[in-house]
Design a protein around this ligand. Structure first.
Ligand code: SF4
Length: 364
């Protein structure tokens, strides 16, 4: 590591002094220092969570969504996509395929689809838990605490709910009708109910500032989340943000690395969005602190309709090809595929977490 950067990284990494100012010094590191920062995050990853890579099978079972997020191709206003809901049989078939490849976590993902009653989802979880030896992660958006409770009681282990941006004003602009505090309340409810919780943010959103990116990391630290999905903003042509530029690879990798440094035992996916922006993105992310990959097991005949952003890299890859490429990459990198459920490493009693209002910037 280059001299000069060392002190700052060590200061941040001692776990006692996370604040906006010293994180800003890491964020301010230029291109010249980036390789050293990424390499340092990679060392921390190795020391804290080892060489194993956890595979999570994602099944996008419904692309209906009642929300209006300006960046998302699934937004309710987008009439250019065909909407679908997989039948339970199709979902179970996808789970079976993932299990046949040895995956131990199923991620059930959808838009905020009002069609399903909480009990419908609970029955789905119960069936999967009864018939397959897997952990279940949900990624279904914002719901009442009672629904989260029902799903947790049905056996769900984890929940992904990216906060997207920690800037409350930008958040409201990008997600009309929603506000950041409600999102954070959902994350707190999920933690309180005993889920392992994932959040995360986009990098390079129109109107996003460096200050808000720093706050993204601080918010995840404050919430003490177990997973963080961090990916570049990718403009979808059929959305109001379609004419903006994408987030950058280097900035995304930098934030991924800083998140690993600040939250050393967290699970960090090499997101599909990073692979989409750069052919080598998955490898680079795995070398910058990431330890999770989420192969897509959504049936191929609907996959091209689940387009949050365009040119998703996994749209045409069948499981066979996808798993073959993935194994080849991990072998080249001397990384192994985890055979465990991949639960959070730092599962603690949830008493460390205090429910309190988030007041935006400067609230640390
Ligand atoms: S980001 Fe999520 S909640 Fe927003 S429109 Fe897309 S699927 Fe719906």
């Amino acid at each position: 590591m280059r001299e000069g950067m060392n002190d700052q990284v060590m200061l941040v990494n001692n776990g006692k002094d996370f604040n906006h100012e010293n994180l800003r010094q890491l964020f301010d590191l230029g291109e010249h220092d980036l390789p050293a920062l990424l390499s340092y995050a990679n060392q921390i990853r190795k020391k804290q969570v080892g060489n194993e890579v956890h595979l999570r099978a994602i099944i996008e079972f419904s692309n209906y969504c009642s929300c209006h997020c300006l960046y998302c191709g699934l937004r309710a206003e987008n009439r250019k996509i065909s909407r679908y809901r997989l039948t339970n049989q199709e979902i179970f078939q996808s789970v079976q395929t993932a299990v046949n490849y040895g995956l131990k976590t199923i991620v059930l993902q959808s838009g905020e689809d009002q069609f399903y009653r909480p009990d419908d989802i609970a029955r789905l979880i119960e069936f999967i838990k009864k018939h397959f030896d897997v952990a279940v992660t949900l990624s279904l958006g914002e719901h009442f605490r009672q629904s989260y409770r029902i799903w947790r009681n049905a056996g769900a282990d984890r929940y992904l709910l990216k906060h997207e941006t920690a800037d409350p004003i930008l958040y409201q602009k990008l997600r009309p009708g929603k506000n950041l505090q409600d999102r954070i309340d959902c994350l707190m409810n999920l933690k309180d109910l005993g889920y392992q919780v994932g959040s995360g943010n986009m990098v390079g959103l129109p109107g996003q500032t460096l200050t808000s990116l720093i706050e993204d990391v601080l918010l995840m630290k404050k919430l003490n989340i177990e997973m963080a999905g961090i990916g570049p903003f990718l403009p979808h042509p059929d959305t109001p943000l379609g004419c903006y530029s994408a987030g950058s690879l280097s900035q995304t990798l930098k934030i991924l690395a800083i998140t690993r440094i600040v939250l050393p035992t967290i699970h960090l996916p090499a997101t599909t969005a990073i692979s989409t922006i750069n052919d080598n993105g998955r490898r680079l992310a795995l070398e910058s602190g990431a330890n999770v990959i989420m192969p897509n097991f959504t049936p191929l005949y609907v996959r091209n309709q689940y387009v949050i952003y365009p040119q998703k890299i996994d749209i045409i890859e069948d499981p066979e090809k996808s798993m073959k490429n993935l194994k080849k990459l991990l072998k080249e990198m001397n990384r192994t595929i985890s055979m465990s459920y991949g639960h959070a490493i730092k599962i603690k009693k949830y008493s460390y977490y205090k429910k309190e209002a988030y007041h935006g910037f400067g609230s640390q």
